[in-house]
Ligand binder design. Structure first.
Ligand code: ADE
Length: 233
């Protein structure tokens, strides 16, 4: 069973259009879709925005629905200047930029008995890179930082860039990274850029959410095709 999650309805809908939904289950104030894509068994959901919602949904996908890997698709704000609206990025690792226990001498993002960075699955990242190469799609790889804040300031963006060496920002990946690391499940994160995370980002986000969500969703479907092909070969 492969778990596919997004944060928002707009991000999940273009994926749902491409799979065969077999069952819809309402659970814990959310809807989970049991579906097939070719011979792959899928469970899909959008969590709602933010780290707590994302952690809850990731945990339910794994613990209740038996997801053996989690693939995340959606949009992000750009940090790296070479990332433009609609560009795709996969995470090498994720972190939580809003975790601050620095008063106790810990580095930003660190929680005792946990860690700052949660690595994404190398095998799934290699599948993504193969797909990008085959289709001639530009795909960046980098650190993606998460926090319960929509970033729309150059100052905050630069602090996140400097502190975590992050290439993009969103509001869920660090939480899903933590859950999947805790439960020992491979995690893959794909995002398409919706805004620059600077002043005016809110306007761009509203304008490009749908378009960038589709770009991410279409790439994720191509990855499922590649996973099917690899299973058969
Ligand atoms: N997701 C998309 N754009 C974002 C931004 N600027 N800040 C946080 N999450 C985002």
């Amino acid at each position: 069973m492969i778990g596919i999650m997004c944060a928002m309805r707009e991000e999940l809908e273009p994926i749902l259009e491409k799979v065969k939904i077999e069952k819809e289950i309402d659970y814990a104030r959310n809807r989970y879709y049991i579906a097939k894509y070719k011979d792959l068994d899928l469970v899909l959901a959008y969590s709602k925005i933010g780290k707590v919602n994302a952690a809850t949904t990731a945990t339910i996908l794994i613990e209740k629905f038996g997801a053996k890997k989690i693939l995340f698709s959606g949009v992000a704000g750009a940090i790296d200047s070479d990332l433009k609206i609609g560009d795709l990025i996969i995470a090498t690792k994720t972190c939580q930029h809003d975790v601050d226990l620095t008063v106790f001498g810990y580095e930003p993002g660190f929680i005792p008995e946990s860690k700052v960075f949660f690595e994404c699955d190398e095998k799934l990242n290699n599948i993504a890179k193969n797909v990008a190469k085959k289709l001639g799609i530009k795909l960046k790889e980098g650190i993606i930082a998460s926090g319960d804040q929509f970033i729309h300031s150059k100052e905050r963006k630069e602090w996140i860039a400097k502190t975590f060496k992050a290439s993009a920002i969103e509001m869920e990946g660090g939480a899903v990274g933590c859950v999947t690391w805790t439960l020992g499940v491979p995690f893959f994160m794909l995002r398409s850029i919706s805004d620059s995370a600077e002043e005016g980002a809110g306007v761009d986000f509203d304008e490009f959410l749908e378009e960038s969500s589709k770009i991410s969703a279409e790439f994720l479907i191509e990855m499922l095709n590649e996973i099917v092909n690899e299973k058969m070969s």
